[in-house]
Write a protein that binds this ligand. Structure first.
Ligand SMILES: N[C@@H](CCC(=O)N[C@@H](CS)C(=O)NCC(=O)O)C(=O)O
Length: 247
């Protein structure tokens, strides 16, 4: 156990959310890179922190011996710890948690699947899956844009952990083949977040503490490493991870 917050992660959306919050709260934290292509998420020491074997994991001296996993749970923990970015009043609080859960249950998993079937795999390789997740993504981006036409932030009135959780996915809109000009409110929201000093600090920290090692281990990954990472078995079409731009 350390006397400082330690974030175990990589340059990926679920980790970025937590860095955004740590920076907004101006907390002092260390970042430790987990080389997922090298299977470090399945090392015994890592699995003791998160038996599911996924990043992010946050170690907090205020929770001795209790590393936290699941980005949404980490965001709620930090919001309650710092009394920031999660409204205290019942209605706005419930709405903020509800939208955080929409991100965790819908946006993250469904857009993540579209990454696999339209970016990692060459388009057209798995038409059924690609069409299924494209339709889901179209709806999710539409809902978000419609919502943001009515309000400045996603939920609760102010910038909150619901916005932070959604932020990394705002950048996939064009990569997923959707037109930014058809989603003006989403783009306005995305730009407003990008202008926040804490967000700029967060991206600088990720670039400095995670990107070089992430890039090195991704390039060094063998075909076998990639097969294990993507859970591929014999006969599954080859994947190319290079199209998935990490932010
Ligand atoms: N629901 C989890 C998802 C975590 C997750 O999928 N993490 C990815 C990186 S964004 C990961 O650890 N991938 C490595 C692997 O699946 O082996 C959360 O929000 O924390």
């Amino acid at each position: 156990m350390t006397d400082k917050l330690v974030l175990h992660g990589m340059n990926s959306p679920n980790v970025t959310k937590v860095v955004l919050m740590l920076e907004e709260c101006e907390l002092d934290y260390e970042m430790r890179h987990v080389a997922v292509f090298k299977q470090e998420q399945f090392d015994a020491d890592f699995l003791r922190m998160n038996p599911i074997g996924k990043v992010p994991v946050l170690e907090d001296p205020l929770l001795p011996g209790q590393p936290l996993s699941e980005s949404g749970a980490i965001l709620i923990w930090l919001a309650e710890r710092e009394r920031k970015f999660l409204p205290a009043a019942a209605g706005p609080r419930a709405e903020t948690i509800q939208w955080l859960m929409h991100q965790m249950a819908n946006y993250g998993p469904l857009l993540g699947q579209l990454n696999h079937f339209s970016l990692v795999l060459r388009p057209g390789t798995e038409p059924y899956a690609e069409a299924r997740y494209r339709a889901a993504a179209e709806r999710l981006y539409r809902v978000l844009d419609d919502r943001l036409q009515q309000r400045e932030w996603i939920a609760g009135g102010d910038y909150s952990i619901a916005d932070m959780a959604m932020q990394p996915w705002g950048y996939y809109l064009e990569m997923h083949g959707f037109d930014a000009s058809a989603h003006p409110a989403l783009v306005r929201w995305r730009d407003a977040i990008a202008a926040r000093p804490a967000v700029q600090r967060a991206h600088a920290r990720i670039a400095q503490d995670f990107n070089p090692e992430a890039e090195r281990t991704r390039k060094a990954a063998t075909g076998e490493d990639l097969d294990r990472f993507f859970g591929r078995t014999d006969g599954v079409p080859a994947a190319d991870f290079s199209a998935v731009v990490e932010q």
